[in-house]
Design a protein around this ligand. Structure first.
Ligand code: FAD
Length: 357
């Protein structure tokens, strides 16, 4: 891979669905990769966060990845992808072919540590030096920013705390007592995989599970969820999750898990003790591991020097553009935090960039 150019007009941080979509549209507007714009990604290979998803995750009714814009040119569609293979391999492979086909020249692995103001420029500091630019597109997703809620006693626990982003496969919990926390599709997937491998499995959720009975429920089926995320993004508030708001699809596998009793959630435990969890009714469940399928937050730490955060805790963003600093765009953020949303934010952001150049 060539050196990162020192002064492109646009820098895109992140080559997941959102960053690739922006790059695709900029190229369609005749901007040249590695000359006019540069894409930096810290992942070792293609696939964005999908390359790190757990082994058992498959594309299907619970996890639906929308095609990237222009992907039909390659004769590829996630709709026809092999559902017997790990989603991580499918997505990584398709993204690789996409990057090659459109010659997007993604630089990886490059870690961006911070972005700072330098007069009218933004300077992106990364593992290979510094790159000055006029416009920054931040498309860093959420995978690197896991969220674990606080429960009393958490630090006294003698077993393992494992977040979704550290979960590899059920095998590492063979014979162990496991408590899974969280009310979304990831928690359900873990429970089903652990059922016959772990010694025991319990499930704690803050709310009763919202099973979705629609035959096919797309990520954007929750229009209200997208609207709420948009309102929060505009107001600079902490964001609700678009993905979790769509509920857990009641597939045949899930329905069978409910009738077998493995998918039987309990209201959140009251506290964590060294050897397990104490429920609100005083009963105790021993645990060797707590799996936190409790979601993520946008990964924006490297933008801290730009002071974009509002006192409400979020960044004010409208149509992907930061209100307080219009040189900065957040792709795949707020209402666009799904693969279909990431595509849309790519188009909207690229158009705004062209109007600025
Ligand atoms: P990512 O895919 O996370 O890409 C961000 C990229 O930025 C990564 O490659 C990362 O390496 C890079 N990066 C981050 N920080 C830095 C840095 N400092 N320096 C350099 N590079 C950096 N959405 C759906 O539509 N369908 C689903 O089925 C679905 N399932 C999901 C399952 C889980 C468990 C999770 C957590 C999310 C899921 N989502 C799903 C939502 C998610 O929004 C999509 O997966 C989407 O692919 C995210 O794309 P993205 O480009 O915003 O982020």
């Amino acid at each position: 891979m060539s050196k990162v150019p020192a002064r492109p007009q646009v820098v895109i941080i992140g080559a997941g669905q959102a960053g690739l979509a922006v790059a695709y549209y900029l190229r369609r507007f005749q901007l040249e990769p590695d000359v006019d714009f540069v894409v930096l990604d810290r992942g070792p290979v293609t696939g964005g966060a999908w390359q790190f998803r757990w082994d058992a995750l498959r594309l299907g009714s619970a996890h639906k990845v929308n095609d990237l814009p222009g992907m039909d040119e390659l004769g590829l569609s996630f709709e026809n992808a092999d559902r017997t293979l790990p989603a991580k391999d499918i997505v990584s492979g398709y993204y690789r072919r996409y990057e090659d086909h459109f010659d997007l020249k993604v630089h990886r692995p490059i870690v961006v540590s911070d972005v700072r103001n330098s007069r009218a420029d933004l300077v992106v500091h990364h593992s290979e030096g510094a790159t000055a630019t006029q416009i920054l597109v931040n498309a860093t997703g959420t995978w690197g920013s896991p969220f674990v809620p606080y429960y009393p006693g958490a630090s006294t626990f003698r077993g393992r705390h494992v977040h979704t982003n550290g979960y590899v496969s059920a095998e590492e919990f063979r014979g162990q007592n496991v408590v899974v926390v969280g009310g979304g599709t990831s928690a359900v997937g873990f429970l089903l995989e652990l059922e016959h491998i772990a010694g025991s499995v319990s499930w704690a959720s803050r709310r009763p599970i919202d099973y979705s009975t629609e035959h096919v429920r797309t990520i954007e089926g929750g229009i209200a969820a997208v609207r709420d995320a948009d309102a929060a993004a505009r107001a600079g508030k902490a964001l609700p999750s678009v993905v979790s708001a769509t509920g857990v699809p009641l597939t045949r596998k899930v329905a069978a898990g409910i009738s077998r009793g493995v998918l039987k959630e309990r209201a959140m435990f009251a506290s964590i003790e060294p050897d397990g969890v104490r429920w609100r009714d005083g009963s105790f469940t021993p645990a060797d591991a707590l799996i936190w399928a409790t979601g993520f937050r946008p990964e924006l730490r490297h933008l801290a020097p730009l002071k974009l955060r509002e006192k409400e805790g979020g960044v004010s963003v409208e149509s992907g553009q930061v209100w307080t600093d219009p040189r900065v765009f957040l792709a795949g953020y707020g209402p666009f935090a799904s693969t279909v949303g990431a595509n849309r934010s790519g188009r909207i952001i690229a158009r705004q960039i062209m109007a600025m150049l």
